[in-house]
Design a protein around this ligand. Structure first.
Ligand code: ADP
Ligand code: ZN
Length: 598
């Protein structure tokens, strides 16, 4: 039997295992069950792909996502691995052919949709073949409480009952312990070895900036740091998705839209473009994401606040799966807080559900307003404790915000809300504080209240930041009033009475660029190298098109970059480049040598 490391090198072209891959592969290959919790981009697929090649028989991979199955099979074919999938996208004839391959022992991996796996026909076929292992991907779909619940997943315990000797590996990128317990319970994995990786994604830089004009802030961000790169922009509403995509396109960004309101064909066409072409920016609602395994997404931007840290982590996690530098960037303002609080309050959900939703939102707000490292805060939220206090790769660590004693300003803001009857939003309160004689101020005679004009020492921007933070802190609430009107809470009392000091963060200005890490080929390459880089990218795009696969399936950016840096001149040198395995060397070696020798 070959060693796992030999397969890693020969087939996948990688020199070393990442994290716990080696242990997991060893455990599974020798027949043990396991549950693998690893963040997105951690390298879960190799954990079953290599044992599939090591063990006798065919590995059955259960996956709920048709698009993802297809992509994996295409990528495996590129590597010369015998793989196929069975799902509803195949015609009866095509499915029959796959079944024949299965029976003739011509497959090392077979991806199946859970509903197909559970049919008696398929289980009967499996009985007639040798099964190397079962891999259950996206296993959190078993959880009734999660938003990805798939009823068929809860029947997957049948695998263990009918094939007790076949090892199982269950995998997910969901971090929370409740889901973990549910998976173990429902799939009978009590004896399985659990492998928990850190959920940190060190290559992702987290940034949350004050919202001024979110669209133009976004454009500045893309132009400064991600020109020509692939990214995802999340918006809350379909309307905003359409508007933002159109606006970006007008400004010369290759942006397209994705949301559940579009017709299915257009949606799937846009998804294909995003996956296959280079440098597309997808503007989407959160309907876009599950099953997007594009490795070279360089940024995820949020124009609206996610409802929870779980959501934020999952969405931002789609950046930088290839381990290269990536950005998670968000604009956030008072309007976001008000909108989400209102959505929770006005929903028809149970009280208990609303309470949970509110708690999750509070945690998300605290992450936005934190004055300490965002990454550490997030990891703590997922129960991962560390002795570190700074990650060095989030906006807070890179540019620590100053805090200021805002007690007096907060008192002014609170008493202004009180004096004007607790029925106005932040905009009007700021007008009153700043002493603006607006129509509305006159109409309500608010130029006669005691707080009129007492806030002239701060510009509007500062007041807006003050209101945003005090709403986030729960000192003012929109819960009981009409739309956007701010009322005092229990928590405001001690502040008004001068019994509690309030420290707020000073606004962080959006820097033109933090630094251009993601365009680093443009910065660190010589002009000769830039030309080579472009030639390699052109060749890759052309080849990908000919083969009908996404560009990254041919080679990742990281591989191209290494080719430029070390410019190998012999086949032996080429073999040493990460990402170049035996099969790709055979297929593309000559082409690459031609390009590299110019
Ligand atoms: P996950 O399913 O955990 O999100 P994938 O299995 O898709 O992650 O792997 C993410 C990326 O990392 C893929 O592009 C994969 O080829 C790459 N990768 C995985 N393991 C290694 C490794 N040991 N060395 C180099 N690259 C790896
Ligand atoms: Zn940090």
């Amino acid at each position: 039997m070959p060693e796992p490391l030999e397969i890693l090198k020969a087939v996948f072209g990688y020199p070393v295992f990442r994290g716990q891959q080696a242990e997991i592969i060893k455990h599974l290959s020798s027949g043990g069950d396991c549950l693998v919790l690893m963040p997105t981009g951690g390298g879960k697929s190799l954990c079953y792909q290599i044992p599939a090649l090591l063990r006798n028989g065919v590995a059955i991979i259960v996956s709920p996502l048709i698009a993802l199955m297809q992509n994996q099979v295409v990528a495996l074919h590129e590597l010369g691995v015998r793989a196929a999938f069975l799902n509803s996208s195949l015609s009866q004839q095509e499915a029959y052919l796959v079944e024949q391959e299965l029976l003739a022992d011509k497959l090392d991996l077979l991806y199946v949709a859970p509903e197909r796996l559970l049919t008696s026909r398929f289980l009967y076929l499996l009985k007639k073949t040798t099964v190397a292992l079962f891999a259950i991907d996206e296993v959190h779909c078993v959880s009734q409480w999660g938003h990805d619940f798939r009823p068929e997943y809860s029947q997957l315990s049948i695998l263990h009952e009918q094939f007790p000797q076949v090892p199982r590996i269950a995998l997910t990128a969901t971090a929370d312990t409740v889901t973990r317990a549910e998976i173990i319970e429902r799939l009978g994995l009590k004896k399985a070895k659990v492998f928990v990786s850190s959920f940190d994604r060190p290559n992702i830089r987290y940034q949350i900036v004050d919202k001024t004009n979110s669209k133009s802030q976004l454009l500045t961000f893309i132009q400064a740091e991600h020109r020509g790169k692939a990214g995802i922009v999340y918006c809350l509403s379909r309307k905003k998705v359409d508007e933002t995509a159109a606006w970006l396109a007008e400004k010369g960004v290759s942006a397209i839209a994705y949301h559940a309101g579009m017709d299915a064909q257009q949606r799937s066409m846009n998804q294909q473009r995003f996956l296959r072409e280079d440098g597309i920016v997808m503007v989407a609602t959160i309907a876009f994401g599950m099953g997007i395994d594009k490795p070279d997404v360089r940024f995820v931007a949020h124009l609206d606040l996610p409802k929870s840290i779980e959501g934020y982590y999952q969405e931002t996690g789609r950046a930088g799966r290839d381990g290269q530098t990536a950005n998670a960037w968000m604009t956030y303002g008072l309007g976001d807080v008000i909108q989400l609080r209102r959505m929770i309050n006005e929903s028809s959900a149970h009280e208990q559900f609303k309470r949970v939703a509110t708690t999750k939102l509070e945690a998300m707000l605290a992450l936005c307003e934190t004055t300490t490292c965002r990454r550490i805060r997030m990891l703590n939220y997922f129960g991962e404790m560390t002795t570190e206090t700074a990650c060095g790769n989030c906006d807070i660590c890179l540019d620590p915000p100053q805090v200021w004693d805002a007690t007096e300003a907060v008192q002014k803001a609170l008493s202004c809300a009180y004096r004007t009857g607790q029925q106005f939003g932040a905009g009007h309160l700021i007008d009153v504080l700043r002493g603006n004689q607006t129509e509305r101020v006159k109409e309500w005679c608010h130029d006669r209240v005691s707080t009129f004009g007492i806030g002239q020492d701060f510009p509007v921007k500062t007041w807006r930041a003050v209101f945003r933070q005090i709403v986030a802190l729960g000192l003012l609430t929109t819960d009981s009033g009409g739309f956007g009107s701010l009322c005092l809470t229990q928590a405001s009392r001690p502040v008004l009475k001068g019994q509690q000091k309030i420290y707020l963060r000073q606004q962080i200005k959006q820097k033109k660029t933090v630094n251009n890490r993601s365009n680093d080929e443009l910065i660190t390459f010589t002009s000769e190298e830039c030309k080579l880089w472009e030639r390699l990218r052109d060749w890759r795009a052309k080849t990908a098109k000919e083969h009908g696969v996404p560009a990254y399936v041919i080679f990742h950016d990281a591989t191209l970059r290494e080719l430029v840096r070390s410019c190998p001149q012999t086949e032996e040198d080429l073999r040493q480049i990460a990402g170049v395995g035996v099969r790709k060397l055979e297929r593309y070696g000559d082409h690459l040598m031609q390009i590299l020798r110019v």
